[in-house]
Design a binder for this molecule. Sequence first.
Ligand code: FES
Length: 142
Amino acid sequence: MPPARRNIVFWIFGGGFIGSLISFLYPVVRFLNPPAVSEASVNEVVGGKGQDLAPNAGKIVKFGTQPVLLIRLGQTEWRAFSAVCTHLSCIVQYDAPRKLIWCACHNGQYDLSGKVIAGPPPAPLKEYAVHLRGEDVVISRS
Ligand code: FES
């Protein structure tokens, strides 16, 4: 085979091999070194209209990328906590009959100030501030 043809064959097969190698290695490198995802800088969100949540009820609201448990205790008393359990990050819920915050994963229990009262959670839930703006229930970082 003449040298010029050999070079062409070398570049075709060599380029294909290098392209294949890059296409296999690039996802592996991206998996091992993922881009930093910054948390959305949200300082407050509207959790809904006041009349949409009955007294002694709770619901999960998105606060940026984080779930927050919004609880309406009475006509004018509201609370909000991070809905991420401090044990193994399950999503907590409001237990209306027992008036506490409950994590179904390992029966973790928090009181209505976010303090751990039973189960394995090692730390209290982070509390958010809640206030009414017109009819809107506004949750903000406290
Ligand atoms: S994850 Fe909540 S108690 Fe274990």
